[in-house]
Design a protein around this ligand. Structure first.
Ligand code: ATP
Ligand code: MG
Length: 241
């Protein structure tokens, strides 16, 4: 059923949101070879995400959630299956094309943050904008605004090792938002946070969806996070259910 005709898409439209499809994957498979044995981590993953939609991915540890997110974020390539992002069949792209699409269209909040140790919070948030050729003055202004929005306006000059886990997580979120991506992927973005900070992160993510139609896919173990998503996709042993 197309996103335009589904009852859920109708509800989205009724709420004034963008219901057209941004991302569609079908039959994704991903295998790794470990000590000569083939490990099928993603077996059959299918999902569709519309613009302005917030989707939670839930599943046990080791079920393949981060692997799926890496494929959706064009950081990894599936071995089989269909993958269309923003009208582009990404399975046909070479690395250069994938990198461009990723940098322009996708913001990623990693489970392990992946901040640059020798850069301040402000500079870390600016990294995607450097890649996009945004001038320094503008980079600093945007980074300051985003860090302030996640409650870190007083920590602009701090280095990652001077920040708590939750603060680093919020820097990682600010970085993911710095180029107004059409797709935001977040892997356990509230994992290291207390209730108040979790709420702040989720408000940011929901705000991105509501205000400018970004699609948000968030991996979570937190029932409070899943509860505010528009829809939940389960993953069991590499299969979406
Ligand atoms: N590069 C890799 N090489 C070999 N095995 C891998 C690789 N990446 C992931 N795996 C395996 O794939 C399985 C799924 O890993 P993944 O990180 O996707 O799980 P997850 O659902 O995100 O778990 P968690 O909730 O603990 O973060 C695990 O058994 C993991 O060991
Ligand atoms: Mg994971």
């Amino acid at each position: 059923m197309s996103a335009f005709t589904s009852p859920r898409a109708g509800r989205l439209l009724a709420r004034g949101r963008h219901a057209d499809s941004l991302l569609r994957v079908s039959g994704l498979r991903r295998e790794f070879t470990v000590s000569g044995a083939v490990l099928r981590v993603l077996d059959d993953c299918s999902m569709e995400v519309g613009r302005g939609e917030v989707v939670a991915i839930v599943g046990q540890s080791g079920s393949g959630k981060s692997t799926l997110l890496n494929v959706l974020g064009l950081l990894d390539t599936a071995d089989a299956g269909e993958h269309v992002f923003d009208g582009v069949d990404v399975t046909r792209l070479r690395e250069g094309g994938r990198a461009r699409l990723r940098n322009e269209g996708i913001g990623f909040v990693f489970q392990q943050f992946h901040l640059l140790d020798r850069r301040t919070a402000l500079a870390n948030v600016g990294v995607p904008m450097v890649l996009g050729g945004v001038p320094l003055v503008r980079r600093r202004a945007v980074a300051k605004e985003l860090l302030t929005a996640v409650g870190l306006g007083h920590r602009l000059s701090s280095y990652p090792h001077q920040l708590s886990g939750g603060e680093q997580q919020r820097v990682a979120l600010a970085r993911a938002l710095s180029r107004d991506p059409s797709l935001i992927l977040a892997d356990e973005p509230t994992g290291a946070l207390d209730a108040a900070s979790s709420e702040m992160i989720m408000e940011q993510l929901l705000g991105q969806a509501r205000s400018r139609g970004a699609a948000v896919v968030v991996v979570t173990h937190d029932p409070n996070v899943a509860a505010v998503a528009d829809r939940t996709v389960g993953i069991v042993e590499g299969r979406t259910v």
